[in-house]
Design a binder for this molecule. Structure first.
Ligand code: GCB
Length: 601
């Protein structure tokens, strides 16, 4: 495979009245470089960086002229244009012909362009719309900035006609000293395959072989003795290369990737990595780093991961959608676990089959993108959706089944805000809870009891506290004892107390602070927020470290002495559950929801 970058100097213009399709802006004869509305844009970049469009949500057209500068060989190659991510609906034309469209801002998509690509004067047109719609994922309301446009790389891929799709490398630890490696793939065309596995030096061949299948589905298995396991502390990598040797004269490298030998499992209330209990100490992260927006340089992403590691964190939750694959690549190499999710968030049109199809497609695209990354340990199919409702829980359970059908080697779950009525908790591999005690409601000291209470109906699996936190405006200080909202002191108190409490609960297998960095949240407009969600431990504008940042290495594994109120929790559950599951608990939940809504923005 060869990749020719289509990043660089593009032109673009807005289409506020939605007249572009009618006026055939995709036709090369209608493209006029003297058009005053055309603007320069350096792709990948969101159009929200253009002057006058800082808060724009709507339609933007992008135009790119390029030369292939080499002869096309349609007998040997397929030509494919690939977008790594563009938000939200993309419609694409090449040389005035429609290629297709894609929904969703955070996963890659591509089109074969064999019959359209020319050696010279190619004209690529992309119409992108990020208007909010009820049937989209996410839908109308979400707590982040709706960056629009082409903010990830665009490439022209020249692929061998005979190649592999959906390559998956599973590693199973039969014992601590032995790993079975199962490789499977779909063959496109006809091949004769030779494969090689290299150790971390990339030069020493550990195993090699020839695969018998020449078309259709194929694969091979092998045993690696005394494997160097992948863990966040020892991110050991192996390399797989697969060649097509069917043409005697040359070997074609048709697949090349790194992978890690590691196994993630649940055993009772424990989360197990490579047969040892692991406790997740994590931070959520939005894909935003000013002044880059979502187009974050590799080195900056690496800096974030290294900072988190140096504070003692061992996991990142890529809230609330998949980030660029660069982050996952860094996580594999530097050593940090990744929890991935799709943006099925708050209120979506759960009854609509079209919405389900979009979500299912996103999940499939994400899993196949990241299936061979050792750092990724879970697929979450949504966040804070109304899991007490049947239509929603059905939607979520179907997505979880889909994830399991593609990948049986990772944990599958949904992130829940429901303290009590959640119709999916029995179906998740690992139970989750988001709750902001000490911030949106209640007192931080209620956490211990609530954590014991929620355990009663879900006592046989581990829990992760997936979100908690408090806002703080960098530089705003107040009296420790007064617990002043948005002060760095209050944030420190909430996080410190919560972390030490969760650390003391056996049924918890980890926690994730909300959030590493402040991020743009346009509806948050009070004098401390000023368009940002301020729950970061570093600021959004300049990465300034807040008080809590310095506290981290100390509290990250510290336990607070808590009373075990498990028995009280069980008793309360027995008394209340039969009487009031339908009425009372739902009322509490509605009330909490109402408060969250009221205080959120
Ligand atoms: C949540 C959401 C997250 C918000 C956060 C907050 O529960 O999952 O997207 O940004 O709360 O800060 O309110």
């Amino acid at each position: 495979m060869k990749a020719i970058s289509l990043n660089g100097k593009w032109k673009c213009k807005s289409d506020v009245e939605n007249i572009g399709i009618e006026n055939k802006w995709h036709m090369s004869e209608n493209y006029n470089l003297n058009d005053n509305n055309l603007k320069d844009i350096e792709i990948p970049k969101s159009y929200n960086f253009l002057k006058g469009f800082e808060n724009f949500e709507g339609i933007f057209w992008h135009f790119y002229q390029f030369e292939l500068n080499e002869e096309t060989d349609l007998n040997a190659n397929d030509y494919q244009i690939r977008f790594k991510g563009a938000n939200y609906n993309s419609k694409i034309w090449l040389n005035s012909k429609f290629l297709g469209e894609h929904n969703g801002g955070f996963t890659p998509f591509s089109f074969i362009v064999n019959n359209l690509i020319k050696e010279r004067n190619n004209f690529l047109v992309v119409r992108i719309e990020n208007t909010r719609k009820r049937d989209q994922i996410p839908a109308m309301s979400f707590d982040w900035f709706n960056w629009g446009g082409i903010y990830r790389d665009v490439d022209l891929l020249i692929l061998h006609k005979n190649r592999l799709n959906n390559v998956s490398i599973k590693t199973i630890l039969t014992t601590k000293q032995k790993s079975r490696v199962e490789v499977s793939y779909n063959i496109k065309g006809e091949v004769l395959l030779k494969w090689q596995i290299f150790d971390s030096t990339k030069t020493y061949i550990l195993h090699e072989g020839i695969s018998l299948e020449r078309s259709g589905k194929g694969g091979f298995n092998l045993i690696i003795n005394n494997p160097k396991l992948w863990t966040p502390n020892t991110p050991n990598l192996y390399y797989l290369r697969i060649y097509d040797i069917s043409q005697k004269s040359k070997e074609l490298l048709i697949f090349n990737t790194h992978f890690g030998i590691r196994q993630i499992e649940i055993k009772g209330i424990n989360l197990i990595l490579n047969k040892k209990r692991i406790f997740l100490k994590g931070a959520s992260l939005h894909e935003e780093y000013m002044p880059y927006g979502r187009t974050i340089p590799y080195e900056k992403r690496k800096e974030d991961v290294s900072n988190l590691k140096s504070l003692g964190f061992n996991a990142i939750r890529t809230a609330h959608y998949s980030h660029d694959e660069d982050l996952i690549d860094i996580a594999d190499k530097v050593g940090i676990l990744i929890l991935e999710e799709i943006p099925v968030y708050w209120s979506c049109d759960f009854k609509n089959p079209q919405t389900y199809e979009t979500a299912a497609n996103m999940l499939t695209e994400l899993i196949w993108r990241d299936i061979n990354h050792p750092s990724v340990i879970w697929w979450s199919v949504g966040n804070e959706v109304p899991l007490h409702k049947k239509t929603c829980s059905k939607f979520i359970k179907s997505l979880m089944n889909l994830a399991r059908a593609i990948d049986k080697t990772r944990l599958v779950t949904v992130v829940s805000r429901k303290i009590i009525p959640d119709l999916t908790r029995k179906s998740v591999d690992i139970a989750t809870i988001n709750s902001y005690f000490g911030w949106y409601f209640g007192h931080v000291k209620m956490i211990s009891f609530v954590l014991d209470l929620i355990r009663t109906p879900v006592f046989n699996k581990p829990w992760i506290y997936t979100e908690f936190g408090a806002g703080a405006k960098y530089g705003f200080h107040a009296d420790w004892n007064k617990q002043v909202k948005f002060s760095e002191e209050k944030q420190l108190q909430v996080l410190d107390y919560t972390i030490r409490t969760i650390n003391s609960k056996d049924h918890f297998a980890g926690w994730f602070i909300w959030i590493y960095r402040d991020f743009r949240a346009p509806k948050r407009l009070n004098k401390f927020q000023q368009g940002y969600n301020r729950k970061g431990i570093v600021s959004g504008e300049h990465n300034e470290k807040k008080l809590i940042y310095y506290r981290f290495p100390k509290i990250i594994s510290e336990k607070r002495k808590t009373y075990n109120t498990k028995i009280l929790g069980i008793l309360l559950w027995i008394i209340f559950f039969p009487l009031s599951y339908l009425l009372f608990t739902r009322m509490i939940d509605q009330f909490l929801e109402y408060r969250v809504k009221k205080e959120k923005f």
